[in-house]
Design a protein around this ligand. Structure first.
Ligand code: 4AD
Ligand code: MG
Length: 453
């Protein structure tokens, strides 16, 4: 592997025999020479290659069209034009793989809908290159965050028999053929009904009750028929889980986590961030700096409902104590009322899953959601019910009696107060890039009615 274009463009001085490999963004022909703009995705910038007529390989120049793959070797010299510091004067070029003129990414602006239809080619555009480099940077920052705090990374299963959220939004996993006769769960591959996981939380809890501080980071699946810009059927979730931790400690960690990730992007490559703040969302930098610098607001669900009721605002979904906060309510709180991220805590028991710890008021559970401007909920978590008798009751109330003995064992043997949360990786990416649609921050979006390559 030779040097990447990112390394070449950061060169400290001129150099000879430098090889550039990548895809042609544009070619311009002048009298006696051609300019090739070559990009390899290592950074936003392309390197300009000057190819004099007559250098070895220059006969193939007509085939070096937008989208084709090329290799150029030559001298890295100071670039007389503005724009970049270095350009390559080729001593030889080669066409590695041509791209006929039906290559869909000809040099012009393409809309996001069009680019979603060619998800396999869109990483070759400036915006998607920047988004997916940022996705990688953020994933590293996630692992660094937890490693620095002594958390153990646990790989929880993708195929599971338990419904963590109890919301019936699971994709079935089966090897049974439709109409194949043998279609009872006992005859299926695992001898019971199995699904793609909606959350690694329950398994993470078992590891937290052994290794104290753990986290998961992996794909999760929801057969949720909500066609919004913030929901995907397959998305990545980060789920820390801590033994000897209550809701307060959980909220502290969640808020710090969001801040640290935002800071990682602010301190990341300036070219990619500059593209987001210039072309995607002009208010991005100011908003992110504000998130890093200011403490988040904290309100109870009950206080939040009172604020919404007093707002005089006409919402599409009415506000009432006991109802779920809708996205429009969440966004009013974070964007208009507080104008900063808000952590809402202690939600009504009736709208939350069995595993959340029942509060003494008999009405609420020790749950929390972190809401941010532009998106709404990006983190959802809770203190877990550690009392065996209470948990047995709440499991039964959700119709989940059998199959959770292993989970109840945690409460039978050395039970401890513990807490954790789930953060939607794509939602955090939307926050830090300003990209408005979840479909544009995940390589291959899966949404109702859509499963591309
Ligand atoms: O609030 P949720 O459903 O919480 C859980 O799954 C808990 N078991 C997490 C835990 O406590 N360990 O999901 C957590 C987060 C949400 O706040 C949201 O950011 C994201 O996951 N999320 C989605 N992101 C994209 N598409 C979807 N369909 C999502 N559903 C949830
Ligand atoms: Mg939630």
């Amino acid at each position: 592997m030779g040097a990447s274009i990112r390394e070449i463009l950061a060169s400290k001085g001129p150099a000879e025999g430098v090889a550039v490999r990548g895809w042609v963004r544009t070619r311009r022909d002048a009298k006696g020479f051609s300019f090739l703009e070559v990009n390899d995705g290592s950074c936003l910038g392309s390197v300009q290659v000057i190819v004099d007529a007559g250098v070895p390989g220059s006969d193939d120049l007509p085939g070096m069209t937008t989208g084709s793959a090329v290799e150029a070797v030559g001298d890295l010299v100071e670039s007389p034009g503005g724009g970049q510091a270095w350009e390559l004067r080729a001593t030889r070029v080669a066409l590695v793989g041509g791209a006929p003129d039906d290559y869909p990414l000809q040099k012009k602006r393409h809309g996001p809908e069009f680019l979603r239809q060619i998800a396999h080619l869109r990483p070759r555009t400036n915006l998607f290159g920047a988004v997916f480099r940022t996705r990688s940077l953020l994933a590293h920052a996630v692992h660094r965050f937890f490693e620095e705090r002594g958390f153990v990374w646990v790989h929880t299963p993708i195929v599971t028999a338990s419904d963590c959220e109890g919301a019936g939004e699971m994709f079935r996993v089966t090897t049974q053929e439709v109409g194949g006769g043998k279609d009872s769960p006992e005859d299926d591959f695992f001898g019971k009904s199995t699904y793609l996981t909606v959350s690694g939380q329950l398994e993470a809890e078992t590891f937290a009750c052994a290794l104290s501080k753990v986290y998961t980071f992996g794909p999760t699946f929801r057969a949720e028929n909500s066609n919004t810009t913030r929901h995907a059927a397959e998305f990545w979730m980060i789920e820390p889980e801590m033994a000897f931790c209550d809701l307060g400690g959980d909220m502290d960690l969640a808020e710090e986590f969001v801040k640290v990730l935002v800071r990682a992007v602010l301190e990341g490559p300036a070219d990619d961030f500059g593209l987001f703040s210039r072309f995607v969302d002009k208010g991005l930098e100011e908003r992110l700096k504000f998130i890093v610098e200011r403490p988040f607001e904290r309100v109870s669900y009950t206080e939040a409902v009172a604020i919404l009721e007093k707002s005089g605002r006409k919402f599409e979904y009415p506000v009432a104590w006991g109802e779920n906060l809708q996205s429009e309510h969440e966004r009013f709180l974070t964007e208009e009322h507080f104008e900063c991220p808000v952590t809402v805590h202690d939600y009504p028991e009736a709208i939350k899953p069995f595993y959340m710890r029942r509060n003494d008021d008999g009405k609420t559970v020790a749950a929390m959601d972190v809401l941010v401007p532009g998106i709404g909920e990006i983190v959802g978590g809770s203190q877990r019910e550690e009392r065996q008798d209470v948990l047995e009751r709440t499991l039964a109330a959700d119709g989940l009696g059998s199959g959770y003995d292993w989970y109840l064992d945690l409460r039978r043997f050395g039970t401890v107060p513990h807490a954790g949360f789930g953060a939607g990786f794509e939602r955090i990416l939307m926050l830090v890039t300003g990209v408005q649609n979840i479909r544009d921050v995940i390589p291959y979006p899966r949404t109702p009615g859509h499963c591309g390559p």
